[in-house]
Design a protein around this ligand. Structure first.
Ligand SMILES: [Zn+2]
Length: 109
């Protein structure tokens, strides 16, 4: 089966639909394409141990956003103010754009 094309992009506002962070919203900071995961701003903080390095004398525990499965994220439509399904259509200028299947709002202007 062909891999489903990913509809989410960097800077999209998304809501987490499953898991312990369910219901939270944030902007996508980074897409990890090969892993089908994304880093979302201020969501899914994981603690990491950091070793002391040359620049920083002290090691310790830092908190950093951990990756989330893209399949658990949905784009939030500004007009609907809720997570929505995304469609794709061809604009008059020939570009493909994502749109909200609920209200028709075009996301990629
Ligand atoms: Zn909408």
């Amino acid at each position: 089966m062909k891999h489903q094309r990913q509809n989410l992009k960097k800077n999209d506002l998304v809501m987490v639909m499953a898991g312990k962070e369910k219901g939270k919203t944030g902007r996508i900071l980074r897409i990890l394409t090969k892993k089908d995961r994304a880093i979302v701003e201020k969501i899914n903080f994981v603690k990491r141990h950091q070793r002391p390095s040359g620049q920083q004398r002290q090691g310790g525990i830092i908190e950093k956003e951990g990756p989330l499965d893209l399949s658990n994220l949905m784009l939030v439509c500004d007009s609907c103010n809720r997570p929505v399904r995304i469609g794709r259509k061809l604009l008059e200028d020939g570009k493909k754009a994502r749109y909200c299947k609920k209200c028709g709002e075009i996301f990629d202007k």
